[in-house]
Every structure is written in C-alpha cells, then in structure tokens.
Design a protein around this ligand. Structure first.
Ligand code: SF4
Ligand code: SF4
Length: 499
C-alpha cells in the first residue's frame, strides 16, 4: 500500500470542484422552448476563468507582449522621415517601410489575403486553433483585461463572491477602478489603431489639444468601445458564437491534427481518491475529477467531453491538469497537445509528429511556399515608375502651322519611390516624330517623391511624310533619380495622320 498523503487541492479548488460540475440553471420564460432557453442561458452565463501557471500560460504571456509590442510600437517607427507603416486612405497611398503602394497595387493585398488563407489552412490542419489561443486579438485583449480584473478584484472565487454580494462601497470602488483601467487600455488601443490610418504623431498632438476632426473622434471612440466591449464583456462569446473560423475549422481538422486532447483511455473511469490508494488496483483512471481543467477554461468547456468547436486551443487546461498530475505523482499529459488518433491507437509523441506530415499538410505547405515566393519576388522587382497614356478623344489628329501633324495625349505618371525624379520624354514609331509638353514644349518633367502627376503632351510629325491613318507608336520616359540611378518605362499608343 502506498504511503502517499491524500491529494490536497487548495481551499478554492475544493470549494469550486462541486459547483463547476453543476449544470447552468435554466430559467423559465413564457413561450420560450427549454432548448432555446438553455442555449440563451449558456450565452448569458458569466465565466470566471481561474488563473493558471505553466508552460502554455508563459507562452500566452510571451505572445501578448510580442503582439502588443508590434501593434503599439509600429506606428511610432519612422522611415525616411515619415511613418514607417501608414495606410493613408485620404491620399490613397500605403507606406510600408521603404515601399509606397498605390490603389493600382491592390493585387498585392489580394495575394497577401491568399497567403493568409493558406497559412490558416496549414496551421489549422497541423495544430487546430493555435492562432485563436495565442495570437488572435480577441484572445490577447481578453488576456490583458482578465489580468487587470484579477489584479483588482482577485482570482475566480473572489470575483464570483464580489459579483454575488450586494453593492457596497468596496464593490463600487473595485468595479470603478477596473473600468477606469479597462477604458484607458481600450482608448490607447483605439488611438493606436487609428494611428495606422492617420499620422500618429499628429493624432497624438490633436488628442492632447483636443483638436481632432469629427471622424477621427468617431473612429477612436468606436474602436475603444469595441475593445472594451469585446475584451471586457463579450470575451468567449465572440469565439463561441460570432467567430466564423470556429464554425469552419471542423473541415480542416482531422484525426491527425495536433489539438488539446483529453486522454480518455488513461483518464477514465474518473473519480476522487486518496493518494494512498493505488488507483489502478482500484480500477480507476488518472483523472481525479477535480474540475480544475474546467475552471481555468476561458470558454467554460469541459475538454473531457471531447474536441469541441468552442475550444480555442489555449492550453490552460493542460497546465492546470499537469499541476494536478504533479501533486498526485502521476505522469503529466493527461490533457495534452496530441492527435485523436494518438489516443485511440496509443501512438507515441514522435509517431504523432511524423503523422503531421501527411499529404494535406504537404500540399498546403507547397502552395503556401510558392505563393509566398512569387509575392516576395514580384514585390522586390516591382517598378517604381508607371506611365498611363490617355489619348485626347476630342481631336484625334490635326495639321498645325509649320506643316506638322499633331496628336494630343495626357500622360499620367506615378513615382512610387521615395525620391524625386526627372523624366526625359521620347517617342518612336513614325519618321521624325517628336514629343514635348503641351504647355511649354519641354521634353523634361519633374515629379516629386511618392506622387503622381498628369502631364499633357503633344506628339508631332512632319505632314506628308507618313501615310494617313493610325500608326502604332511607343512613348518612353526615362526617370533620373536624385541619387543618380535611373529607370525607364515604355507604353504603346497610336498616332493618327488625317487625310
Ligand atoms: S482532467 Fe485533470 S484537471 Fe481535469 S478533472 Fe481530471 S485531473 Fe482534474
Ligand atoms: S478546453 Fe483547454 S485548450 Fe480548449 S479553450 Fe478550454 S482551456 Fe483552452
């Protein structure tokens, strides 16, 4: 007989073990079916996740810091004397470090969305809702808000008691303090988000001097309110009832996907026991039915019921169960990241990892790799000078004094670089053809950095030297940057010679 002392769950754990197993109470409402009422009561049921420590809890904290460092820090980063990342909707220009993207570059955005979609397919096929558990903004801000809540109101049991007690000075003080901190975080988040679409330094000054425009106020308040509402109140309801990803993930997950799984083969039959008891001899599984895995779950589910779409793969129940296994001197991993097949077939973790490289994963990886390479190459070789030719439809071609045939065009130039350039215009296709600006006869045009310019030009050829009709011509523009390097662009058009 083992001389182990009985397992000691702390007072809070013991007090809640029973209540966590209780089913949510269903209130009767006139005319509403019990099923609907039960579903509604699930939505209304407030979840008080218990704090947990462990390897996955540490990873979640690391991911909160990493994602928020990028989110809050990026708009303040400067590049070539301007904001490094700025989606300037008013000027219809996107600044991404050394790149300036125009509406014509929307194809890159489309390819980026394709890459994101395939990355999501790949990661979900490999590891379920890992993104949800560690990097989704909903999870990250809920983590931050819950951390504030725990600091001010206490852990799970203290919060339950606080909510149940009548309003008094202490409760008002705690609730008001919590909401002040929440609102400050939400406001900072909303302001930062707007700072991706309007220069954040000007926004900061406008905020300090209360001189922002009405739309800036509106969007700032809107995003702050959305953060406060989603992370403070909606929380797991967003993951469970609003997020479409939760609904379609089941088609991407299979028996070999690495997800948070309860090892029912090892854990059942579950039940409380003393550490002195040899549970295997007593015919019991490793689960002591302490309900800690349920108490820490941010979506309030019991992973022992099997894989559920509400599970965001955060690993909190893994950490909680591991602490119980440690106390019981059982092996860790009763709940762990593994595949469903591993549990049923009794596979080792290395066999599970090998099974991850199955055809579906390899196909997703190959497509993702190819699209990503094509994206990077096309972005790196993207031209920074563009020219569009618009013919003057009013007069196709006319004879002007001096015995010349003249056609009028408008050239739309776009300098997508961060440097001003001087363009030298040229034209070929018809003998003795020449091009010059319509207002001054110049063959050189200056264009500012990251800007576009419309230049009316005339193309002329001596009359009588070319047969009447339409002739194909090529207009060229050679751009000389301030730094000395040059770039050229050639576009085709037609030159009309009247009879
Ligand atoms: S699975 Fe682990 S944490 Fe959950 S009830 Fe069983 S022993 Fe407790
Ligand atoms: S079941 Fe576990 S992994 Fe899933 S959401 Fe709950 S705590 Fe996180």
């Amino acid at each position: 007989m083992s001389s182990k002392p009985p397992v000691k769950l702390d007072q809070e754990q013991s007090a809640e073990a029973a209540s966590a197993r209780q089913r949510p109470r269903v209130r009767k409402a006139g005319g509403t079916s019990p099923q609907v009422e039960k579903a509604l009561s699930e939505v209304r049921r407030k979840i008080y996740p218990r704090s947990v420590t462990g390897i996955y809890a540490r990873w979640r904290v690391i991911m909160v810091f990493a994602t928020q460092l990028i989110f809050y820090g990026l708009p303040w980063l400067q590049w070539n004397g301007r904001q490094a990342v700025l989606f300037d909707l008013a000027a219809r220009k996107f600044y991404l470090f050394g790149m300036v993207l125009w509406p014509q570059d929307v194809i890159y955005l489309a390819v980026l969305l394709v890459i994101s979609a395939f990355a999501l397919f790949l990661f979900t096929a490999m590891a379920g809702r890992l993104f949800c558990g560690y990097a989704c903004p909903q999870t990250v801000y809920t983590e931050i808000f819950m951390w504030v809540e725990r600091r001010i109101e206490g852990d799970r049991l203290a919060r339950i008691r606080l909510d149940e007690q009548p309003w008094n000075a202490r409760k008002i003080r705690l609730k008001v303090s919590k909401h002040i901190v929440w609102i400050l975080i939400a406001w900072w988040t909303g302001s930062t988000f707007i700072g991706y679409f309007a220069p954040i330094r000007e926004l900061g000054m406008g905020l300090l001097t209360l001189s922002l425009g009405p739309w800036q106020w509106f969007w700032m308040v809107f995003y702050a309110f959305a953060t406060w509402g989603n992370a403070g109140f909606m929380r797991e309801a967003v993951c469970k009832y609003m997020c479409p990803y939760a609904r379609f993930q089941s088609v991407m997950v299979d028996d070999d996907t690495f997800v948070v799984t309860y090892d029912h083969v090892r854990g059942e039959p579950r039940g409380g026991r003393s550490r002195r008891v040899d549970h295997k001899e007593a015919g019991m599984g490793d689960c002591v039915d302490c309900s800690l895995c349920v108490q820490v779950c941010p979506t309030g589910i019991d992973i022992r019921d099997g894989l559920q779409y509400m599970c965001i793969g955060c690993g909190a129940c893994v950490d909680a169960c591991d602490t119980v296994m440690d106390k019981m001197n059982y092996d860790r991993g009763l709940i762990r990241y593994t595949s469903g097949r591993a549990i049923t077939d009794g596979m080792t973790q290395s066999q599970v990892r090998k099974r991850m490289l199955r055809p579906r994963v390899l196909i997703y990886s190959a497509i993702l790799g190819l699209v990503a390479i094509a994206f990077v190459v096309s972005l790196a070789t993207r031209t920074t000078l563009r020219m569009d030719i618009i013919r003057d439809r009013g007069t196709l071609g006319r004879e002007v004094p001096g015995g010349m045939i003249e056609n009028v065009y408008r050239l739309q130039f776009m300098n997508a670089s961060e440097s001003p350039m001087t363009l030298t215009l040229g034209v070929t296709g018809v003998p003795e053809l020449s091009v010059a600006t319509a207002d001054g006869g110049a063959t050189m045009v200056k264009i500012d950095a990251a800007s576009n310019k419309m230049v009316p030009v005339v193309v002329r050829a001596p009359a009588g030297q070319t047969t009447p009709g339409l002739h194909e011509i090529e207009l060229t523009a050679i751009g000389q940057y301030q730094e000395g390097n040059s770039i050229s662009v050639v576009e085709r058009s037609s030159f009309f010679v009247p009879k």
